[in-house]
Design a protein around this ligand. Structure first.
Ligand code: PEP
Length: 254
């Protein structure tokens, strides 16, 4: 983590939650105001955006969505537009999460256009990139993440510095197998170098690590110079664990 960048700790609830459980979680998190040192929030399922808004409006916590459509409106059954997200004051949206690339066939081009659509509507895309285990074992990690990021850089052009990037090795997501801090730092540095070629503001950009980050491993990951925070799945569903990770990030800014 660098003093030049305010850390971000973003939860990804994936397809989890329920009105009562959400209320408990949103209120437990809201009770802690960490906004002076950390940008904290959660990307929640679409139906719960209004609940997150109602519970968190006026707090330092930010809510986001997990996907959006590339289209503005029309005959796209099941899709949710950026303008709809804006009506719920959504600040962030995940694009290109590996689960969407893997289970919904999202291509690099589609992901790039989703990022562009978010930016055009004033929503910060959190662009997820990451290699599979087979790609890592084949020595292709750098090539894969650079290809995924290049597609987005090409499409969003002069808005590159307005997005957030998340490095999420696919083999580490939901598996309990975290990248070592050194493995993650190597890729984060590669991504920042790539961003530097596209924008003179790369040093101010946020690059998150995601993949089985938890209260036990957060400190070592966040201590790396190019890791600016976390995209946290499972551990963000437990208020105590997530708050613990946030205080770790806070402590590193002190
Ligand atoms: C994620 O869903 O983006 C993620 C990193 O999940 P987990 O923390 O559960 O591995």
């Amino acid at each position: 983590m660098s003093a030049a960048r305010k850390p971000m700790m973003m939860g990804n609830w994936k397809m989890n939650g329920g009105l009562q459980a959400n209320q408990d979680l949103l209120r437990a998190l809201r009770a802690v105001d960490c906004s002076a040192q950390v940008r904290a929030g959660a990307c929640v399922p679409f139906p719960y955006l209004s609940q997150a808004q109602a519970e968190w409006q006026g707090s330092g916590w930010a809510w986001g969505a997990q996907d959006l459509s590339v289209h503005d409106k029309g005959a796209y059954t099941g899709e949710v537009s950026a303008a709809m997200l804006r009506e719920f004051a959504v600040r962030y949206v995940l694009v290109g999460h590996s689960e969407r690339r893997q289970y919904h066939g999202e291509s690099d081009d589609l992901v790039a256009n989703k990022a562009k659509q978010a930016l055009a509507h004033g929503i910060t895309p959190i662009v997820c990139v990451g290699e599979t285990l087979a790609e890592r074992q084949a020595g292709q990690t750098e090539q894969v993440v650079k290809r995924q990021l290049a597609a987005v850089i090409h499409v969003v052009a002069h808005c590159v510095s307005e997005m957030v990037v998340a490095y999420e090795p696919v083999w580490a997501i939901g598996t309990g197998q975290t990248a070592t801090p050194e493995q993650a730092q190597v890729v984060h540095a590669v991504l920042r170098t790539q961003l530097s070629a596209a924008t003179d503001r790369a040093q101010t950009m946020t690059i998150l690590y995601g993949g089985s980050m938890n209260a036990a491993n957060a400190a070592d990951l966040l201590a790396q110079p190019d890791i600016d925070g976390g995209l946290v799945g499972g551990a963000s569903l437990k208020a105590d664990d997530f708050l613990n990770m946030i205080s770790t990030a806070q402590a590193l800014t002190a």
